[in-house]
Design a protein around this ligand. Structure first.
Ligand code: HEM
Length: 393
């Protein structure tokens, strides 16, 4: 048996397979992924904590299925974000991370709470007259997308453009696509990079109070580094948080745990991330031969650190397939990564998830799943997000 990105279970229910790997083949060579996969919590954490042997350089270039023609079309951008902060090692990483962190101070994050609450109220206002909605398309995604756009400084008139292009980008690099579709998506990606390029140039000339201006004015960052940073933060903010929110709402409705009382919200967010994480893991390259549990990972090999498996490791989380809203160590999950690349947006993501549960729980206390609707996830190598979620109230 092997992973299979084209099969539904890869995202929907990989846990029996992952358990077997943890027990029997903790260093598993996946032909399908072209990577060694680490599944035990301790190994995943140790690898994140050892950037010298597990390098991030080029690790985000994970779409192995791009055709020659698509690669030619992408040209110099085919390397996919070679200077993005998550894709480089120290010392470049240290320099980039220092600049990025400046924008994510606790104060700056807290300042976004009011806007995010308003955006959620507006999303509910729009559907309140109906009896049913698709949570993903009509409620869950928009507030995060708008928040990220405002934070970055994307003008409101361009939000739809950015949203469509980010979706295309995600498809091109993170899920297998037929050849003809790849070319369409590559064109869309190039158009998007061009847009961000102009945005950065504009803000350099006339700074405003936004993240793009802050980065454009930061010392020691090249133009390309800023463009890659902005375009990827838009990606991070537009997709991961809404995906996690959709997974969370589905879990809570299935468990009969909706709405979540205020005092349980913080831990509930962690337990939902642990059990249904929006990120399945991170890729690294072995810089040297690495021997682990009797297997040698050869220098240069691609390695997947499966945080999805780590979050279900029974040696750390008792009865891991069970949802326990007040699980004492829920926040020990590694869904935000660990070590020097630990998600720089984690506090912002947590704030959004808590705030959404608060507003949606208050406005839609009788939320329930619509019977008989199939639950389908988007196909992806390292992300978990629902295609749709029919809810009624
Ligand atoms: C639930 C939502 C989120 C999840 C599950 C998530 C997950 C992750 C993970 C696993 C990493 C580590 C990657 C690695 O080590 O290779 C990461 C890094 C990162 N995340 Fe997030 N993320 C989320 C939300 C966000 C948000 C909202 C932002 C920004 C607005 C963001 C920006 C970043 C950046 C810039 C990095 C790179 C940090 C570095 O390399 O030093 N993320 N994220």
């Amino acid at each position: 048996m092997d992973f299979d990105v084209t099969a539904d279970w890869h995202v929907a229910s990989p846990y029996d397979f992952l358990r077997r790997l943890r027990h029997e083949r903790p260093v598993f060579h996946s032909e399908h992924l072209g990577a060694y996969v680490l599944t035990r919590y301790a190994d995943v954490r140790a690898a994140y904590g050892d950037p010298r042997r597990f390098s991030s350089a080029g690790s985000l270039t994970i779409s192995r299925s791009l055709t020659e023609e698509t690669r030619a079309r992408l040209g110099e951008h085919g390397s996919f974000l070679s200077s993005f902060v998550a894709n480089v090692d120290p010392p470049d990483h240290t320099r980039l991370r220092r600049s990025v962190s400046k924008a994510f101070t606790p104060r700056a994050v807290a300042a976004m709470e009011r806007l995010f609450r308003e955006l959620n109220e507006e999303a509910v206002d729009r559907v309140a007259g109906q009896r049913q909605a698709d949570f993903v398309a009509q409620i869950g995604h928009e507030p995060s997308i708008k928040l990220t756009a405002r934070f970055i400084g994307v003008p409101e008139a361009d939000e739809t453009f950015v949203q469509t292009h980010v979706k295309d980008w995600f498809q091109l690099f993170l899920s297998p696509q037929p050849a003809a579709r790849q070319l369409e998506l590559a064109d869309s990606f190039l158009e998007y990079l061009d847009y961000v390029d102009r945005l950065v140039a504009d803000r350099r000339k006339e700074p405003r109070d936004d993240f793009t201006s802050l980065m454009a004015g930061a010392e020691g960052l090249s133009h390309r580094e800023v463009v890659e940073l902005i375009s990827t933060i838009l990606l991070g903010g537009n997709d991961t948080v809404p995906n996690q929110l959709g997974n969370t709402v589905l879990r809570l409705l299935r468990e009969g745990a909706w709405p979540v009382p205020a005092e349980k919200r913080q831990n509930c967010v962690e337990e939902c991330m642990r059990i249904d994480g929006a990120s399945l893991g991170s890729f690294r390259y072995a810089t040297t031969d690495i021997s682990l549990h009797g297997v040698t990972i050869p220098a240069g090999a691609l390695v997947l650190l499966s945080t999805d498996s780590a979050a279900h490791d029974e040696t750390v989380f008792t009865d891991p397939e069970r949802f326990v809203i007040d699980r004492p160590n829920a926040d020990a999950h590694l869904v935000f990564g660990y070590g020097i690349h630990f998600c720089v947006g984690a506090a912002l993501a947590r704030l959004q998830l808590r705030t959404a549960l608060e507003v949606l729980g208050r406005r839609l206390p009788y939320l329930r799943l619509v019977d008989g609707e199939p639950i389908a996830y988007r196909k992806s190598i390292v992300g978990r997000g629902l295609q749709a979620l029919r809810v009624a109230w």
